[in-house]
Design a protein around this ligand. Structure first.
Ligand SMILES: NC(=O)c1ccc[n+]([C@@H]2O[C@H](COP(=O)([O-])OP(=O)(O)OC[C@H]3O[C@@H](n4cnc5c(N)ncnc54)[C@H](OP(=O)(O)O)[C@@H]3O)[C@@H](O)[C@H]2O)c1
Length: 241
């Protein structure tokens, strides 16, 4: 059985993935922004082993989440799920892009890393100069897919993959979203624990357990290096060699 950390698992796809993995007997560690949301998460996923607390829109709290994770041990899989849509450009940058970067750098590397992208990453533009001041949701998801491809290229011993969950009826996707909610979290769960050879791959982008081609900029190695350099400048944390 695997040990899995899921960020932003108080609600939505993170909570559903946590329930599914805990029901399969895996050791699931939740994460919520504050103590109140942690109580809510624990009520909804009572089989969870533990919960980390920290607001990912605050860089110091994000560092602290990494410390809490490392104090708990090394995970087999980390699902970088937390995200915001209706938020300021600065919060979108910090939660959707910089928090996964910081947590990837500081949490002991697991065997598998899963990053929640979005079909909207295809409308994104990697204008790195905007990273200093806030970005759109589409740009933030392009950067998180790019981060995933960078990790896959640099950490050959880790399976790092990105997932588009579809447009599904969560708090973010809203009621009436057209895609299937179950399919919205099953790919992350499959990538986190399956021994299927199709799940033990790296540097891929999935939609409903099938590979798709991500935005070509995500695989641009020169852009990846510039992205890491700017993230290091902004956060004060360098990507581990
Ligand atoms: N739903 C869709 O149609 C859709 C489509 C494409 C991609 N995605 C991606 O899928 C992922 C999950 O989305 P979802 O639909 O499950 O959204 P959701 O229902 O809004 O859940 C997002 C989760 O992230 C947490 N979170 C947000 N900001 C946080 C912060 N500053 N600190 C800590 N936790 C924070 C939320 O905590 P609270 O509950 O406390 O707010 C919540 O648990 C996101 O990365 C999203 O971009 C979703």
């Amino acid at each position: 059985m695997a040990r899995i950390l899921i960020t932003g698992s108080a609600d939505g796809l993170g909570q559903l993935a946590a329930k599914s993995l805990a029901d399969q007997g895996h050791t699931v560690v939740l994460h919520a922004r504050n103590a109140e949301r942690a109580r809510y998460a624990q009520q909804h996923v009572p089989a969870a082993a533990h919960i980390l607390i920290g607001d990912l829109s605050d860089r110091d709290e994000t560092r602290n989440v990494a410390e809490q994770a490392n104090a708990w041990g090394t995970f087999d899989a980390v699902i970088h799920n937390a995200g915001v849509y209706d938020a300021s450009p600065q919060d979108i940058l910090t939660v959707n892009t910089l928090a996964p970067y910081i947590l990837t750098c500081l949490i002991h590397p697991p065997q598998r890393l899963i990053y929640l992208g979005s079909s909207m990453h295809r409308q994104g533009h990697a204008r790195l100069e905007h990273l200093q001041r806030g970005i759109s949701y589409s740009d933030s998801k392009l950067y998180v897919v790019l981060l995933c491809m960078t990790v896959a290229r640099k950490w050959r011993e880790v399976y790092a993959n990105a997932v588009n969950p579809g447009w599904v009826p969560t708090k973010m996707g809203r009621r009436g979203a057209p895609d299937d909610l179950h399919q919205g979290y099953e790919t992350q769960c499959w990538l986190a624990v399956s021994n299927d050879s199709q799940a033990k791959v790296s540097g891929r982008y999935f939609y409903h357990c099938a590979q798709e081609r991500p935005h070509p900029q995500a695989s641009d190695t020169a852009l990846q290096e510039q992205f890491l350099s700017i993230c290091a400048d902004i956060t004060g944390i360098s990507f581990p060699a």
